[in-house]
Design a protein around this ligand. Structure first.
Ligand code: C5J
Length: 220
């Protein structure tokens, strides 16, 4: 294996053939004005800064032939896959309610879809997930195993919620995860900082932290 990503707490060796890019929940509901994230009172400009670095990593991953997987958090229109406890969360707005981009976090609604800048192309699996972690009640692990994947580049939103949960799930399943810090976003700058520190602490306890430039340099 001749490739390695520059990263913290130390370089991560990888084989491009067994490396996938996982783009977590870059959905209009989280990233665009008028979506669920903003309706909860958040400033979406804090997560929109991840779009441009994500696009650069996505373009190179596609050029280099990596498996690219996209996830979306959301539920069936009848909400039968949404735990009752999750339906009561939000305080200001709730899953399934009508909003400017359709019913919040409901599959098939405009707000549930991936932003145009990072839209999947033919051949890129989309994982619809009912939870925060991308492995919970999905076929993500099966798809990764069938493709011989060992290393995951994890991008998306939000750093401390769906990105962090997915990285922990992946780590427990034996994957090595690297997170480019400028390709993940949080509505809370202090959560962004500590969510990334948690991942790389104690000698990469859940994974590695890097940035878009280092990922691109490593892939090329
Ligand atoms: C949240 C997510 N924050 N994709 N979802 O509820 O991180």
């Amino acid at each position: 294996m001749t490739h390695a990503f520059d990263a913290q707490p130390f370089a991560l060796p990888f084989d491009p053939k067994s490396t996938a890019l996982v783009m977590i929940d870059m959905q209009r509901d989280f990233v665009e004005a008028g979506g669920f994230g903003e309706a909860l009172g958040n400033d979406v400009s804090l997560v929109r800064s991840a779009i441009e670095p994500c696009k650069r990593v996505l373009d190179v991953a596609r050029q280099e032939g990596l498996l690219v997987i996209h996830t979306r958090e959301g539920h069936r229109p009848d909400l039968t896959d949404c735990p009752p406890a999750k339906l009561t969360r939000g305080g200001k707005t709730f899953i399934g309610e009508a909003g400017p981009m359709g019913r919040t976090l409901v599959r098939g609604e405009a707000g549930h879809d991936i932003i145009p800048e990072l839209y999947p192309i033919a051949g890129e699996p989309i994982i619809d997930k009912p939870g925060k972690g991308a492995f919970y009640q999905t076929d993500l692990h099966l798809i990764l195993q069938n493709s011989g994947i060992k290393t995951l580049i994890v991008c998306g939103v939000t750093t401390e919620v769906c990105v962090n949960t997915t990285v922990r799930e992946a780590n427990d399943r034996g994957y090595e995860c690297i997170i480019p810090e400028d390709c993940v976003g949080s509505y809370f700058p202090e959560f962004q900082k500590y969510a990334l520190e948690m991942i790389k602490a104690q000698g990469a306890i859940f994974g590695w932290v890097s940035d878009a430039n280092n990922i691109i340099k490593g892939l090329k």
